[in-house]
Design a protein around this ligand. Structure first.
Ligand SMILES: N[C@@H](CCC[C@H](N)C(=O)O)C(=O)O
Length: 320
């Protein structure tokens, strides 16, 4: 006689928190800037609890909406880091709360700002007439954004050497190893509100041969991690415009099609290596398109970096 089966046949366990619970019923927008793609959520009063696991589930390319990051549009007054900015910039009504695809918080996202502003405009939350600017709060400070013929231009503030004097005197302050590179290469650490490490390669061929599915190793290891840009300077600047090709491995994401702050860092490093006479205007070609980077004297006496490029919204929906 066979004993009746009392235990249920095993089934695959349901993954914990598989859905985007906290976001259920909320509207989202999907957009990108030169292939750097984001999920955008409007949460004016900062009511959502965006824990890293939730952000990672939303950004998962197989089980979520998919994205290099998640951007929450919050009124600056609703977040402590936004309120801090309002004293000096009372017109910075909206704050870009940016999260990387792995759920980590980042200070700044250059492509994200353009997509964020496009989202605010299309949601009817702001108007930006031709010739006027909008001020946006970010964890890297206030950013000023204006329209261009084909997108938005963002004053990204000053660029900095992250390792001041060493970088200035030697032209490099770190070494980077990566798949496809025979030997570790010297690199320059540049701050754009967030950290970047820029490596120059001699030929385009080497750029195409890089294997960036695993993170490049940077020594000395930056405490908060870094975004790593590999650049190949272009030939000839007859028109006074510098050109670079770039691939990037982003902190908290992996290889992306584009990185706005990375393009600014790549142009700043290449211009620094080029010495006096290097152009102030640059076109940075990334796998997802081209962005422009211009170095301008600013009223505060510092040199600012202006990043310009497109922003496209591709979908709207509701979280299940
Ligand atoms: N893609 C962004 C940069 C996003 C943040 C970055 N991964 C970090 O952790 O600093 C850009 O367009 O600038």
């Amino acid at each position: 006689m066979t004993t009746p089966r009392t235990t249920p046949a095993p089934t695959a366990p349901a993954p914990a928190d598989a859905r985007c619970g906290e976001l259920a019923g909320r509207a989202f927008t999907k957009g990108h800037g030169t292939g750097n793609d984001f999920v955008l959520v409007t949460d004016p009063r900062a009511e959502l609890e965006l824990d890293p696991g939730l952000v990672a589930r939303v950004c998962d390319r197989h089980r979520g909406l998919g994205g290099d990051g998640l951007i929450r549009a919050v009124r600056s007054e609703a977040l402590p880091e936004g309120r801090e900015l309002l004293g000096a910039a009372p017109d910075a009504e909206w704050f870009m709360d940016y999260r990387n695809n792995d759920g980590s918080v980042a200070e700044m996202c250059g492509n994200g700002v353009r997509v964020f502003v496009q989202h605010l405009v299309e949601e009817g939350l702001v108007t930006v007439p031709e010739g006027e600017v909008l001020r946006i709060g970010t964890r890297a400070g206030v950013r000023t954004v204006g329209r261009t013929r084909s997108g938005w231009a963002v004053d990204m503030g000053p660029w900095t050497f992250l390792d001041g004097e060493a970088a200035r005197s030697r032209g490099s302050d770190a070494v980077v190893s990566a798949g496809g590179l025979q030997v570790p290469r010297p690199a320059l650490s540049i701050g754009m509100g967030n950290p970047h490490t820029v490596v120059a390669l001699a030929e385009g061929e080497k750029l195409d041969q890089l294997e960036l599915t695993t993170a490049p190793v940077v020594r000395p290891e930056p405490g908060d991690g870094t975004n790593v840009e590999f650049v190949v300077p272009g030939d000839g600047d007859d028109d006074g415009v510098g050109r670079v090709r770039m691939r990037v491995h982003e902190r908290g994401v992996g290889e992306t099609q584009s990185c706005g702050t990375g393009a600014c860092a790549a142009a700043a490093a290449t211009r620094f290596w080029g010495g006096a006479g290097a152009p102030d205007q640059w076109l940075v070609e990334v796998p997802g398109g081209t962005v422009s980077v211009t170095f301008v004297p600013a009223p505060d006496g510092a040199e600012h970096v202006v990043l310009a490029g497109p922003a496209e919204l591709v979908a709207r929906g509701t979280f299940a």
